[in-house]
Design a protein around this ligand. Structure first.
Ligand code: LLP
Length: 386
């Protein structure tokens, strides 16, 4: 079985499960992203902090010159602490609390992505109370489905996100009438782990249609934020360690109709950080059931909840064995039947103590870890060597 290269000898002194981050891969990914974006001077990237807010990861991404996309006061603070410039921070979320808005106003962030009329009015009042004017984009619910898991599609009319398509003019007019908000542009996001570029084409078509409609109504839009969502190849991390950034940007270049000089903002999360992370676990027991063989490992849904929550696939590799493959259900110790990483997967024969890598776990892995069953939160190991 083709496996990733890991410094396994250095793992024996570490407490498993832990997150392994290939910082060289992350640095190369950021270089590639920068190189691709250099071809489109109006494109701006705001890394979606929710995907991974480990301070070490954030610092590297901030130092590459990107902005940050945040969805809570905690994330805004983490982005500031990691060195992201306040002016390059955008702040979305359907339920921003007053303290979070105040923190962002105090910091002077670049954009509030406002998701409802009541939020707009609260923002105006809080900005007014400090004599400030808050730069605002309105998040539109584009009512577009994406070919991805139902729990991670966000752009349908039935989803809670954004302002309903047909109410937009009313909300823009309200924004223009308020003294302490400045209407700057529109924000969209259709979902996550999107591999079909046609989904992004559908988004572009929607944005074009909407911009034309707003112009006809005398409401020109300053800039556009198309959100994130680019997917990665979970099946083949060794063959495709990087997402298709070139194809992604080319799709927007071809299909998004904006006047030259109009800033286009992106909020990629997963595609930047997923490939560089693996959850490293050890085999505790190999157990023979009636009809199945279980590899019981010390990692669980508390460190990586994606398989349990979304039935997500993550490639699993045994780093300690080169013996012939056998078929296992790879499961964690948590008292939930959904605490399963994979059913009936072929991996090199397992023994107690073997190191197991659960790949492509750099996004929505550590960030979604919990202390359920009173587990401790996983530590991180950063590999800068190569
Ligand atoms: N912008 C907005 C407004 C978002 O809601 C999201 C993700 C992103 C950007 C970044 O999307 P990305 O480029 O990472 O696809 N926990 C789920 C994913 C939830 C995504 C939520 N929003 C998972 O593990 O698959």
């Amino acid at each position: 079985m083709l496996k990733g290269t890991f410094p396994v000898a250095r793992f024996s002194s570490l407490k498993t499960p832990f997150y392994y981050y290939d910082m060289d891969l992350l640095a190369r990914t950021l270089d590639e992203l920068r190189a691709q974006m250099a071809r489109y001077p109006d494109y701006r990237m705001h890394y979606a902090v929710k995907a991974n807010f480990n301070p070490e990861i954030l610092r590297l991404i901030a130092s590459a010159g990107f902005g940050a996309d945040c969805v809570s006061g905690g994330e805004v603070q983490a982005a500031l602490d990691a060195g992201f410039a306040a002016k390059d921070i955008v702040f979305a979320g359907v339920g921003k609390a007053d303290w979070e808005i105040n923190l962002a106003l105090e910091a002077g962030i670049g954009r509030f992505n406002v998701e409802s009329l009541p939020e707009l009015e609260v923002l105006d009042a809080l900005a007014g109370a400090r004599g400030a004017v808050a730069p605002v984009s309105l998040r539109v619910n584009p009512d577009i489905g994406a070919h991805t898991h139902a729990n991670i599609t966000t752009g349908l009319a039935e989803n809670k996100f954004g302002i309903a398509y047909e109410m937009l003019e009313e909300v823009i007019r309200r924004a223009l009438s308020l003294e302490h908000v400045a209407f700057k542009g529109l924000h969209f996001h259709i979902g996550s782990q999107i591999l079909e570029m046609d989904d992004f084409v559908a988004l572009c078509n929607r944005v074009n249609e909407l911009s034309a409609r707003l112009s006809r109504h005398g409401l020109p839009v300053g800039d556009i934020n198309v959100g994130g969502g680019l997917g990665i190849q979970y099946q083949h991390p060794n063959h495709f360690p990087m997402a298709d950034f070139a194809g992604y940007f080319a799709t927007f270049k071809k299909h998004l109709a904006v006047k030259p000089g109009t800033p286009v903002h992106f909020e990629l999360g997963r595609s930047i950080v997923a490939p560089c992370g693996s959850l490293i676990c050890r085999v505790l027991y190999v157990k023979q059931g009636t009809s199945r063989q279980f590899a019981i490992i010390d990692g669980s849904m508390t460190e990586l909840i994606r398989p349990a929550l979304y039935k997500a696939y993550h490639r699993i590799e045994n780093l300690s064995s080169d013996e012939p493959e056998e078929v296992y259900d790879v499961v964690g110790p948590v008292c939930e039947s959904s605490d399963v990483f994979a059913k009936a997967v072929e991996i090199d024969r397992c023994h107690r103590g073997d190191f197991i890598a659960i790949r492509s776990a750099g996004a929505y892995g550590e960030a979604m870890a919990s202390r359920y069953n009173l587990h401790t939160l996983p530590e991180a190991f950063f590999d800068w060597r190569r």
